[in-house]
Design a protein around this ligand. Structure first.
Ligand code: UD1
Ligand code: CA
Length: 456
């Protein structure tokens, strides 16, 4: 039996108070809907229908590269109406799974559990027991405990409102039956909507099996309607990721103060201090230590390397046993070999730095090719930009650049060359020699400091 997954995502999300369609709001650095789609993509053999309405073009544009069936619901007339819009394209023999675009944290086994329960011919419904059921549809069970119907909060009596088992909204059902019941829906209720939940009463009424599955971990059904719920979802996600990292052997100084907005792979005995933000794809080797308050995006960091506090690393590749920071900034295209030291207030962009080279203080290294064993003194700048074009600086193995030098590119500093401190180097500096370019120091003998004149 093939499955068709219908994701309801047409709601406006007014309570987010945002210009962005709700399902595009970022959660863990990715649109909320991407989380649902990723989980669904791990189901075998399913077609995915996304019912969109408000801001539909933006939602479609955000997921262009995915194989999705887009269904437009022009007017939001209710969850039943939304499902109906997709049914036209779904075969009778399919099994239908209904999910919400704003319930992004459900896990794969929960979905397969629903499908497995529905496959033999049943309406499978995911329910939850909660402390505060306000706002949710309530599960009304009969004498023997079987589910009879769902009553929406706004339509419920006092007694029904006391029920703490709620409808999560997620369900699975054979398409043939679903279509039949949907055709019979009306909007004669408190909200004037076509409620998907009314099909439960219809199924039970004709003796069709209704299987309630109670979700164990209610974080899976956390719905997002406002910013507070979005922040709460972020917290749940953070906790899950922290748990995975801890289980994989990573040490976290504080599991509640790490953010992984993308994918993080760690070797053995990695230590992550507080407030580290990871974005995109990051790979850390064995024994890597990341100090507090670092932002690390799309980077590979070799084994034994230490990144000290407040460093910012973006699209960089760092070898083994390197020392970076505190306050270092590695920008896209920074490629650092093993044992490189990059210290405080050093910025490296689109440059390769060879094994064991050091730039420990206050430097800018851009568009440069730096060899191995090079020492770059404090305050050294590669002047790579002439206002129109970028030029390269080459610093060969073993060179020593004195402090506060300006290397005006294009320029080559030869192997084992020494550049005197404070030099402005605009012509190539030959290998093995000392090149100095600064005014000679003179001392004026007998010079007197001016004296303050006495007032009479
Ligand atoms: C719905 C359920 C309720 C359940 C709750 C769980 C119904 C009638 N009620 O209520 O039993 O406890 O979810 O959160 O189903 N949507 C559309 N088109 C529409 C209407 C809604 O795509 O015309 C989408 C929304 O974007 C949202 C989802 O369906 O993703 C649920 O809609 P919402 O209005 O939030 O339903 P609730 O009233 O919360
Ligand atoms: Ca809702």
């Amino acid at each position: 039996m093939t499955t068709s997954t219908i994701i309801l995502a047409a709601g406006q999300g007014t309570r987010m108070r945002s210009g962005l369609p709700k399902v595009l709001q970022p959660l863990g650095g990715r649109p909320m809907l991407a989380h649902v789609l990723d989980t669904v993509s791990r189901l075998e053999d399913t077609r995915v229908y996304v019912v969109h309405g408000h801001g539909g073009e933006r939602v479609q544009a955000a997921f262009q590269e995915r194989q999705l069936q887009w269904v437009h619901q022009a007017e939001q007339l209710g969850t039943g109406h939304a499902v109906m819009q997709a049914m036209g394209r779904i075969a009778d023999d399919d099994l239908v799974l209904v999910l919400y675009g704003d319930v992004p944290l459900m896990r794969l086994p929960t979905l397969t559990g629903l499908l497995d329960a529905a496959r033999p011919g049943a309406l499978a419904l995911l329910t939850a027991r909660v402390d505060d059921p306000a706002g949710y549809g309530r599960i009304v069970r009969g004498e023997g405990g079987s589910i009879q119907r769902i009553v929406e909060h706004k339509d419920a009596s006092e007694r029904e409102r006391a029920i703490t088992e709620i409808n999560t909204g997620l369900l699975a059902c054979p398409a043939r039956k679903l279509r039949e019941w949907l055709a019979r829906l009306d909007n004669d209720n408190a909200q004037g909507e076509y409620y998907l939940t009314d099909i439960i009463g219809m199924a039970a009424g004709e003796g069709y099996p209704v299987e309630g599955i109670i979700v164990e971990d209610i974080s899976e059904i956390h719905g997002i309607n406002d910013r507070r719920q979005l922040a709460e979802a972020e917290r749940i996600l953070r906790e899950r990721i922290a748990d995975q990292l801890l289980a994989a052997g990573v040490t976290l100084a504080d599991p509640s103060r790490i953010d992984v907005r993308g994918e993080l792979r760690c070797g053995r005995d990695v230590f992550l201090d507080v407030n580290v933000v990871f974005e995109g794809e990051v790979e850390l080797g064995d024994d890597v230590v990341i100090g507090p308050n670092c932002v690390i995006r799309n980077a590979r960091i070799g084994s034994g390397t230490r990144i000290d506090a407040f460093s910012h690393i973006d699209s960089a590749d760092i070898g083994r046993d390197a020392r970076i920071g505190p306050y270092a900034r590695l920008r896209p295209g920074a490629e650092l070999a093993d044992e490189v030291h990059v210290g405080n207030f050093v910025e490296v962009k689109k440059s390769r730095i060879g094994r064991g080279s050091k730039a420990n203080h206050l430097s800018y290294i851009g568009d440069a090719e730096v060899g191995a064993g090079v020492n770059i003194g404090a305050g050294t700048i590669t002047c790579n930009y002439d206002g129109a074009n970028k030029h390269r600086t080459v610093i060969e193995d073993g060179a020593f650049i004195g402090s506060n030098s300006a290397l005006v590119a294009p320029v080559i500093i030869g192997r084992n060359a020494t550049v005197g401190a404070g030099s402005t180097i605009s012509k190539n500096a030959p290998a093995g020699a000392l090149t100095v370019s600064r005014a000679r120091q003179t001392t004026i003998e007998g010079w007197q400091r001016p004296q303050k004149q006495k007032k009479d």
